[in-house]
Ligand binder design. Structure first.
Ligand code: HEM
Ligand code: HEM
Length: 176
């Protein structure tokens, strides 16, 4: 039986974003422990912000693409409960793809530093406010934890189906 796959564009963007998001979580955890005021810390923070904003643009493009090209329906062999769980996880992952960069951007806007996108300064609408900076940094950290839990749940779901073989779920998100 022919497997119904996601479109090539959806597959390419899924894997680029998956790699970048996982790298960003590692980068975020690594950079916050670097010595304050060091060049290394500034360099990694700038990289994290630029990559994070790039991910927000990719998420926007991805969501628009998904609205134009509907994803293939899951095979009926997947139980109704698992279909619902997969759908809920995917929707929450989409939500987190926006919440994560937006909270990072807002926290940065209250840090007193200009946020740069690959070296280009963005309009500086925020101001130095340690309370707001701390609040949004905390939300950014909590949302990173939620995102990580969702990713683990998502990967667990894929492995569960890989193990059961008959549903061929992985191939739906892989090239022909
Ligand atoms: C940061 C990591 C990841 C994120 C944010 C993510 C996000 C998503 C989202 C949102 C979908 C639903 C796509 C749609 O219906 O439009 C999806 C589908 C899928 N993902 Fe991931 N993913 C990640 C990592 C992975 C990894 C590591 C694997 C492999 C182990 C994987 C395998 C799949 C597969 C097979 C599907 C298709 C599921 C189906 O048949 O409907 N993903 N992913
Ligand atoms: C998908 C995108 C993103 C992911 C997955 C991500 C993830 C993370 C993680 C895991 C941390 C470490 C939290 C901790 O352990 O304290 C972090 C910190 C940080 N992120 Fe992001 N982030 C993203 C986007 C952004 C964006 C777009 C910006 C700003 C424009 C940003 C600004 C920051 C800042 C300033 C910190 C350090 C907070 C502190 O000083 O403790 N992030 N991020």
């Amino acid at each position: 039986m022919e497997i119904e796959r996601y479109s090539t564009t959806a597959i390419i963007i899924h894997w680029i974003m998956a790699l970048l998001i996982i790298a960003m979580i590692g980068l975020g955890i690594y950079m916050v422990d670097l010595p304050k005021g060091s060049d290394e810390r500034s360099w990694f923070f700038a990289l994290h912000k630029s990559l994070g904003l790039t991910l927000a643009l990719l998420a926007f493009f991805r969501l628009s693409w998904r609205l134009i090209r509907k994803p293939p329906a899951l095979p009926s062999i997947v139980s109704a409960t698992h279909q619902k769980l997969a759908k809920a996880t995917h929707h929450l992952l989409y939500l987190m793809m926006f919440i994560q960069p937006v909270t990072g951007y807002i926290s940065s806007s209250f840090s007193g530093y200009k946020t740069r996108f690959w070296g280009v300064p963005l309009p500086h609408w925020g101001w130095k406010n340690p309370d707001l900076n701390e609040l949004f940094t905390e939300i950014h950290e909590i949302s990173a934890i939620c995102l990580s839990v969702l990713i683990l749940l998502h990967i667990a779901g894929v492995f569960y189906h890989l193990h059961r073989k008959e549903t061929e779920i992985f191939k739906r998100m892989w090239f022909k």
